[in-house]
Design a protein around this ligand. Sequence first.
Ligand SMILES: Nc1ncnc2c1ncn2[C@@H]1O[C@H](COP(=O)(O)OP(=O)(O)OP(=O)(O)O)[C@@H](O)[C@H]1O
Ligand SMILES: [Mg+2]
Length: 412
Amino acid sequence: MTTLFTEVIETAILVFKLYLRLFVSIPVSPGELDAETNLAIGLYRGIKGLFAQGGIDNDYIDKLSRYISYTEDTPREQPHVVADSRPLPTWPETGDIEFRQYRLRYRPDLDPVLNELSFVVRSKEKIGIVGRTGAGKSSLTYALMRLVEADSGSIIIDGIGISTIGLHDLRSRISIIPQDPSLFEGTIRDNLDPTHQYTDDEVWAAINACQIADLLDIPTKVRKPKIKNPDKSDTMSKEESKQSSKIRKRHWIEGTGLDKWVKRKGSNFSVGQQQLVSLCRALLWRRKILVLDEATANVDTKTDQVMQSVIRQEFKDCTVLTIAHRINTIMDSDRVLVMDQGKVAEFDTPANLLARDGHFKRLVESMNLSKKQETRPFEQALALSSVVRLSTQWLTTAKGYGILYTMRYTPD
Ligand SMILES: Nc1ncnc2c1ncn2[C@@H]1O[C@H](COP(=O)(O)OP(=O)(O)OP(=O)(O)O)[C@@H](O)[C@H]1O
Ligand SMILES: [Mg+2]
């Protein structure tokens, strides 16, 4: 009985705490709110169970301990806004990025995954980032967004150490397109401009630049949710029920263009189309820094090419960091950063990197050779010779010709 009493008191305190978070102005992130709401529902059921059965079930205890773990034991993020250290609304104006002796580890007891990183990316540079799996490429982007805080060292963007400002001020000024696109249910306009701060003309300009206008011509077909009518369902004849199901199937959400409906998780768009929508969003928002983390890993070569050409034309005044798994994607970058075991192994122009016998050259060769295995015998011979020729060609020709070589002899 004492245990039961303690549990009820404990639960009441937790629910009261949740109430404070919701209705009194205690800052709470959407993630926390979601977790706490789910747990509160669980707790409510638990309490109901307590009174109904006069006992405590395991599910309830599990939810309670998870609640305590999430709310008490989980480390908090740094403040979203630091009032006396806010960057200007125009920051970053140039998009210069500097990593200074930067070290990152995921937990204090783990080895660092980024180790004494020091490099400078100049304004408007297009940087390709490559390296073997686990080299620390994605960790670099997490560091930039402060998803994980620095163990030591610093990152400076346009003269401001990013650790000195609030997380919201930092994250809202950098655009990231990850491998898995994120679209949500709503109109395409809501997806591109959730806060409605751009004009229709501006949104259309971004849509046209990303070549997705065609996707918005046809209304989205969705099944109407089944409306249960207990009074009628019993009396409905077979024919009537068939007819009603047909009507349900034929339901469309009207709206084309900006009103085109996006289904949950963007399921009425292919992954490639979703990535183009993400790029369109980044284009509309016009941040000075754009980061792509294997954004084209799951899209076809044509979509990859469209994305690269949009980035070249529309983001020419921005600093762009592109983590890529296809070597062609980053061959026309201004410079390529080769990561190896959390360190900068090489950082130079593609032509200079190919001229020396280093990581990048070996990476290009291994990719060409692995592609060669997929090609026909005649193409295999050409591909093999292209590996040899490629390295000498890069020394003397402009980088654009080098890309043609790679593409010509190792077609997708
Ligand atoms: N959340 C995490 N907790 C602990 N270690 C992690 C975590 N995320 C990544 N790591 C480790 O950090 C190292 C770098 O991982 P990271 O994801 O940055 O590599 P990557 O170069 O992006 O690899 P890939 O090409 O496979 O995407 C790896 O050894 C990985 O196991
Ligand atoms: Mg990665």
